[in-house]
Design a protein around this ligand. Structure first.
Ligand SMILES: Nc1ncnc2c1ncn2[C@@H]1O[C@H](COP(=O)(O)OP(=O)(O)O)[C@@H](O)[C@H]1O
Ligand SMILES: [Mg+2]
Length: 139
């Protein structure tokens, strides 16, 4: 388990960037209230994988994909905030994405898809302490 206190957006990005460079896992959940820093974390994570494309929240499209430079891998950034039915996950192709070894997957509001997620999923929790501080827990 890794624990951090981040004192601002840039620090959260740095934590995520370092984490992306060292982790051997490929499925990550991002759990925490609106504004807790989940999308900011994905931005730092993507930077750690040398993605230069802009990372914007997939709130309405649910899934965005980004090619990971110098690899055959793809980063999937998923946001289930607006997911209404668990059945819609099938249509999104989540199962295929999760079982594809060449995908790296970050899921905001993943608690909605818990039954889909394999055992080796890494759970990342965000807690707002105040306007600038966030507690980040990686399990
Ligand atoms: N320590 C911090 N880490 C991350 N974001 C922070 C931090 N302090 C303030 N913020 C702000 O909180 C907001 C987090 O937004 P976002 O990442 O989109 O949240 P979420 O995706 O969890 O809803 C941003 O406006 C960011 O600037
Ligand atoms: Mg978000």
């Amino acid at each position: 388990m890794q624990k951090y206190i981040s004192h601002g957006e840039d620090e959260t990005k740095k934590i995520a960037e370092k984490f992306a460079k060292t982790t051997k896992n490929h499925i990550f959940t991002l759990i925490g209230e609106l504004g807790a820093g989940k999308t900011i974390f994905v931005q730092g994570f993507a930077k750690g994988l040398r993605i230069t494309e802009k990372i914007i929240s997939p709130t309405f499209v649910l899934i965005r994909q980004h090619k990971i430079p110098a690899t055959t891998k793809v980063l999937y950034h998923i946001d289930l905030y607006r997911l209404e039915n668990i059945e819609d996950l099938q249509q999104l192709g989540l199962d295929e994405i999760l079982t594809d070894p060449s995908s790296i997957i970050l899921i905001e509001w993943a608690e909605k898809a818990k039954s889909f997620l394999p055992k080796n999923t890494v759970w990342i929790y965000f807690e707002t302490i105040n306007a600038d501080q966030r507690r980040i827990l990686i399990k």
